[in-house]
Design a binder for this molecule. Sequence first.
Ligand code: CLF
Ligand code: SF4
Length: 498
Amino acid sequence: MSALAVLPPAAAVPAANCTFAGGCGDAQPPALADEVAALARNHPCYSEEAHHHFARMHVAVAPACNIQCHYCNRKYDCANESRPGVVSERLSPEEAVRKVLAVAAEIPELSVVGIAGPGDALANAEATFATLEGIRRAAPDLTLCLSTNGLALPEHVERLAALEVRHVTVTVNMVDPEVGERIYPWIVRDGRKVHGKEASRILSGRQLEGIAALRARGVLVKVNAVVIPGVNDAHLPEVARAVRAAGAFIVNLVPLISAPEHGTHYGKIGQPGPTDAQLERLQAACEIDARLMRHCRQCRADAVGRLSEDRFATYTLARLPPGPARDTRELRAERRDAVERARAIAASEREAALSRVAAVPAGLSARIAVATRGGGLVDQHFGHAREFLVYDVARDGPRLVGRRTTERYCSGGDGDDDALTVALRALADCDAVLVAKVGHCPMGQLAAAGIEPVTTQAFQPIEAAALAWFEGFAARVAAGEIAPRRPAAPAEPRAEVA
Ligand code: CLF
Ligand code: SF4
């Protein structure tokens, strides 16, 4: 298996106690080599574009953990909650394989099965590997994925590579033990509980060692970093440099989820998560050194479905059909072919739309929100959306900024004024919202708030739709009919998989 040619040399890996890894001064993420692009192409977390088309599922076979994070309490389980560590049902490896086959038989867009807790995948190594091996045998076309805090990673790299696990996420919240001791009260290493800076020094060293070893074996490493304002936010650009130097492919800045009822240390002391604006500024700072993921949904350890949906409650063990599931590999292959056809159409429409805005001044950009049910189309009713994808659009194309969660405005034909207020607040910095349909009342309120409701792009591919709207927007700006709210163009071109 070849190493990943596009990533920086592993020799740049910092020492375990190093707080800064230099040597990555180029401002742009490098272009993707074919092998890397192929690995990311159908993985909904590693490719923003793929998340419109493909689903993932997690199997909750890993209850134990070998460290304590101040943001974690795995005892709390709420069916309405979506956050890592939360799970309704723990599975044995055999149950996990049975569940994967049953889900795969009903969701042909399933491309990835991951182990993401509810504890740490590699602190439960026997259950984790038994599960991975079982899935590999039963459904070899599914991509295996794993998420870990990294403490036990170095000793498991060979076994992961042998199983052809090519996607591993490591949560790295610091490379400086001074910062780390405010996040991790303790770790357990070699049967011994270690506290304070020493715990974070060991953890950071093991994480960077594990990332470099994975990268050397051709594994794509994603780093999740929890953004904890006032604790590690100012430090995260340094983390991005260090993990990229170690060979990480992409960095995902994950907003802290913290509430008193979660029973976590941060919840109890009232530690807030970042605002949308804080997160965006931090992403811009980290993007200088790392390719960033912006479409994470912070999913549960038993999540099922596309990232924008969660069907975990439909697929509990009790609800699985009895008997062995049928082999549905062919259905998944057909779905992949259908996605390729949709991609070809979207790409050609995007190119045509790009050529129509080529003469727009480089400095002009706009921010739009899009309501989508998946499939990469503008195809959701404003009143049905629980989230909007937000893009900055300029003449070189749309670029995902992130997502904004709202509440469903329309239920049973009635509009909920409180939900509309939430949506207007969430979209306040947008020039337009592209939807399949919108009711009369919200249309007026959006317009009054300076957010143009747009239905003319209904059922079009998102990127072509965004550019088509932008073409008209630029013409109105040029004619002096409107003034742009966002004078500067996006700083970077898209860093997404082609
Ligand atoms: Fe799961 Fe993680 Fe694999 Fe994805 S999730 S183990 S890489 S298959 Fe994805 Fe969920 Fe965000 Fe994780 S949206 S929390 S990044
Ligand atoms: Fe919880 Fe994961 Fe931290 Fe372990 S590594 S304490 S499971 S958040």
